[in-house]
Structure formats: structure tokens, C-alpha cells
Design a protein around this ligand. Structure first.
Ligand code: AMP
Ligand code: ZN
Length: 465
């Protein structure tokens, strides 16, 4: 399998440290608000990656953190604390906010058929590991104390800007944009590992440490949680592209300084979902959540289908028109699958070339849109229906579009529809015979089935409650 590696800027053959096994780390959500559908694009594509690695025969162990402490909104570690901001907005404690939005995140994942990672670790459960790691970084000369905080000294790294050719100039832009410059730092790119002196005097969650009562910086959690559960050599690390700098850059700096050797081989970054007016935001305009799409009548799996139709390494523009197109295409696909018969034997020999087509698409840097083309080609192929159903189930282990289930629901609905139409006809007949008691009884029977009637000049119309 070839995957694009942000570290080397090219597509590389994926070869994990241990043959047959993959350790995969995913930056989890900052649980101060609902996830927006941009965040969910990243989690959908990471889910496809995990499932395809399993499909390809690897034993995958996936770990995800939950950022429930210390995520500052600015690169300079000096902006607003997102968790504290959420707690203030809702007049709740930080832990109440964290619990509520963690649950909401996993509900979204379930609706989108995103598998729950093998290990979920909230940052607040790992403070001891962070402290131990920071102590060793100080010991090794990679970190220093200044003004009550502990900083990582980026000048000690052989190469700090590993992903891009960022330089101090880029960081100055942030400073000009009104970010307060931290005078304690020896170098502009240095970042906080542990705060005891914060501009947030009302910081709720604090822990004792060798440097005083305080709380961790944002970046340390992913390094420590990854090393704790996946060991000193990580195969693949994932996240949205905005995380590449500074978050992942800082993770690499501190992990390699701590371990004394290379840490993570492959970096998988998902490009952003944007709106037609630009960056997706939780504070401006219509806040695009999965629940909002559901309220507007979209099936969450239609959103998953929308995401899989484009490549994860291209930014994607969200529009309702685009989502409507995806909904229509998904609907037609399900209809075609619902028309397949259940009889016949699976012909594995005839299935093999189509499986190869699917694998070739996914092996080429996870080309999900060509993976979906393989699905359409199954429906067109000259093979029996049992083999088609077998292949659809096989590809859907990775795509997770719930295709056979949606087709079965469609068939059930079709049978229900026939029964409803027949009852409506019986009611019309009863009315013609002036048997109003029977007509009302049928209306009640339909209501109990969740069917509402509307008598119009063109006849009786119905819809589900
Ligand atoms: P956060 O909850 O802010 O920590 O972000 C959760 C994940 O969503 C991270 O992997 C981010 O890189 C990713 N992300 C943030 N914004 C977007 C976006 N507009 N499109 C895709 N992924 C995003
Ligand atoms: Zn992270």
C-alpha cells in the first residue's frame, strides 16, 4: 500500500516497524463544543484508513486522546483556553463540559459508522505521564524553567520545522495579529510544556508538580499518551492538516528528544472541509454539526458518502447542493442494491478481479472515490446477484456506508408502503359507502402506525410522522 507521508512529502510504500502490526495514533477532539462536520471529515477518513489497514491484513491498534485540559487557541500558547471558554459560556465546570461533549462526539461517530478506537485516553487521566516526560526533557537539557513555566527549547532540535519550511518570520505574523508575545521564551518557536503562571487565574483544573501547581501545555498529551499505549516506535500518526504545525511539529520535537531516536514513521493529514465563504468555524455563521444536517433531513451516512467521494488530500468545499447530489447518488445506489436477489452461490473466482480493482484504488493513497467506482462496477458486472451482494458487503467493511442494511430497510419500507396504500384505498371506499365510523377507524389505525393523512382535492396524501 502506498500512502502520502507529510514528513517526506511523497507517496511511500507503507512498511510498519513490526511486520503485520500497525500502531496508529489519532489526535482526538477538544471537547469544549460539538464537533463540526469539518472535524468529522477528518475522523471519517481516519476511520477508512484504519479499516483498510485491517482489511489489508494488519492487526491495528488505534489510540485516541481526548483533549479535556489546556488547549489554547493560539500557536503562541497564549490565546484563550478553549475548555475554560466552553465552561464559562455554559456556566458549567470544565469536567461537566468535557463529559457532555465527549459523549456528543461519540454519538456522532456512531451515526457515521466510525469505529471507536481501541484506546481512548483523556488528557486529565495521564498527568503523571506528562510530568515524568517533562522531568526527563529538563534532565536531558531540552527544556527550561522561565517565569514559573516549563518551556521546550526548540533550538536544541537538529531540525525543528520538519513538515514545512516555516521560519521565525511566519510566527511573527501571529504576533502582529494581536497575540501577546511571551517574554519568557528563549526562542519564538519554543512552547510551553507546563504552566504554573498562567494569564488564566481562574483555571479550574490544576495539579501538583515539581515546578508548582499548574497544568500541562497542549502538545505534551499526544506524545505521552501515544508512547504510553503504543511504545517508542509509532507507525502512523493522523490528524487534520491544521495540526501539522505547531501541534505535530512540537510532538515530534519533544518525543524524539525524550526517546533519543526517531519516533513516528508516517504522518497522515486530512485536508480541510471549508464552506463556500471560507474556513469552517464554531463561532461564526451557521455552526455546521451533524445534528443540524439531520434536522434538515439528511442521513448521516449521506455525509460519509459525500466525504468518501473526494480524496482526503484535497480540500473539500461543503455546500447543500453538493450534499443533495450525494444524497441522490446514495439513494440510487441503495435502490440498485435493494433490487438484487438473495439467491445463487457466491462465485469467488468471478469476484476476485473486482476485489483487486477495489484494493488497487485503496492501495493508491486511499483513493476512496475510485473505491466507490469499484462498487458501481460490481453492480454493472456480469456476475450473479449473490456475488454482487458478497462484494458489496466486502467493500463496505472499509467504506462503512451501511449499504446492505439501507437496502433491506428500503425493501421493508416498500412492503409497508403497499399496506399503507391499501388501507387508504379501503378508507376511501368506506367514505364512498358513507361508513364514516370505519373510515375513522382506518385513519386511527394508520396514525398508530405513525402515518399521517392529508385529504386534498387530488386525493389523500400521506407521510410518516
Ligand atoms: P479539534 O477538536 O479542534 O482538536 O479538532 C479535531 C480534528 O479536526 C483535528 O484533527 C483537526 O485537525 C481537525 N479539523 C479541524 N478543522 C477541520 C476542518 N475544517 N476540516 C477537516 N478537519 C478539521
Ligand atoms: Zn494531538
Amino acid at each position: 500500500m502506498k500512502l502520502y507521508n507529510t514528513l517526506t512529502h511523497d507517496k511511500q510504500e507503507f512498511v510498519p516497524y513490526t511486520s503485520g502490526k500497525v500502531g496508529m495514533y489519532t489526535c482526538g477532539p477538544t471537547v469544549y463544543h460539538f464537533a463540526h462536520i469539518g472535524n468529522l471529515r477528518t475522523y471519517i477518513m481516519e476511520d477508512v484508513l484504519e479499516k483498510y489497514l485491517s482489511y489489508a491484513g494488519y492487526a491495528v491498534k488505534r489510540v485516541m486522546n481526548i483533549t479535556d485540559v489546556g488547549h489554547l487557541s493560539s500557536d503562541a500558547d497564549t490565546g484563550e483556553d478553549k475548555m475554560l471558554k466552553g465552561a464559562k459560556r455554559e456556566h458549567k465546570t470544565v469536567m461537566e463540559i468535557a463529559k457532555f461533549y465527549t459523549d456528543a462526539f461519540f454519538k456522532d461517530c456512531e451515526k457515521l459508522n466510525i469505529k471507536i478506537p481501541d484506546v481512548i485516553e483523556p488528557a486529565t487521566a495521564c498527568i503523571d505521564s506528562f510530568i515524568q516526560m517533562i522531568e526527563k526533557l529538563i534532565e536531558k537539557g531540552y527544556a527550561y524553567l522561565a517565569g514559573g513555566n516549563v518551556y521546550f527549547d526548540t533550538s536544541k532540535c537538529k531540525e525543528y520545522y520538519v513538515f514545512h519550511k516555516h521560519d521565525a518570520e511566519d510566527l511573527e505574523v501571529g504576533v502582529r495579529e494581536g497575540v501577546f508575545e511571551d517574554q519568557n521564551k528563549r526562542n519564538k518557536s519554543d512552547f510551553v510544556l507546563w504552566f504554573t503562571k498562567s494569564k488564566f487565574e481562574d483555571q479550574e483544573l490544576k495539579w501538583d508538580s515539581p515546578w508548582g501547581v499548574g497544568y500541562p501545555g497542549w502538545h505534551i498529551e499526544c506524545s505521552a499518551i501515544s508512547i504510553k499505549h503504543l511504545g517508542e516506535h509509532l507507525d502512523i500518526h493522523c490528524g487534520g492538516i491544521d495540526n501539522a504545525f505547531p501541534h505535530h511539529t512540537n510532538e515530534i520535537a519533544q518525543s524524539e528528544a525524550y526517546l533519543g531516536h526517531e519516533w513516528c514513521k508516517y504522518w497522515f493529514h486530512v485536508l480541510h472541509l471549508n464552506t463556500t465563504s471560507g474556513k469552517m468555524s464554531k463561532s461564526k455563521g451557521e455552526f455546521l454539526t451533524l445534528s443540524l444536517l439531520e434536522e434538515k433531513g439528511y442521513d448521516p451516512l449521506v455525509y460519509r458518502f459525500f466525504c468518501l467521494q473526494s480524496h482526503y488530500r484535497k480540500s473539500l468545499v461543503f455546500s447543500y447542493e453538493g450534499l443533495d447530489n450525494a444524497a441522490n447518488a446514495y439513494d440510487k445506489l441503495v435502490l440498485k442494491i435493494a433490487a438484487l436477489r438473495e439467491d445463487g452461490e457466491v462465485d469467488t473466482v468471478a469476484a476476485a478481479p473486482l476485489q483487486q480493482q477495489f484494493k488497487a484504488a485503496m492501495d493508491n493513497d486511499l483513493n476512496t472515490s475510485l473505491g466507490i467506482t469499484a462498487l458501481y462496477d460490481v453492480l454493472k458486472a456480469d456476475i450473479n446477484d449473490a456475488t454482487k451482494r458478497y462484494l458489496i458487503a466486502d467493500f463496505d467493511r472499509v467504506l462503512s456506508l451501511g449499504l446492505l442494511q439501507a437496502a433491506a430497510n428500503r425493501q421493508e419500507n416498500k412492503e409497508d408502503d403497499a399496506e399503507i396504500e391499501s388501507l387508504i384505498e379501503q378508507r376511501a371506499q368506506a367514505k364512498r359507502e358513507k361508513d364514516f365510523a370505519r373510515a375513522d377507524a382506518i385513519r386511527d389505525q394508520l396514525k398508530a402506525m405513525g402515518i399521517l393523512l392529508e385529504d386534498t382535492r387530488e386525493g389523500t396524501k400521506w407521510h410518516r410522522e
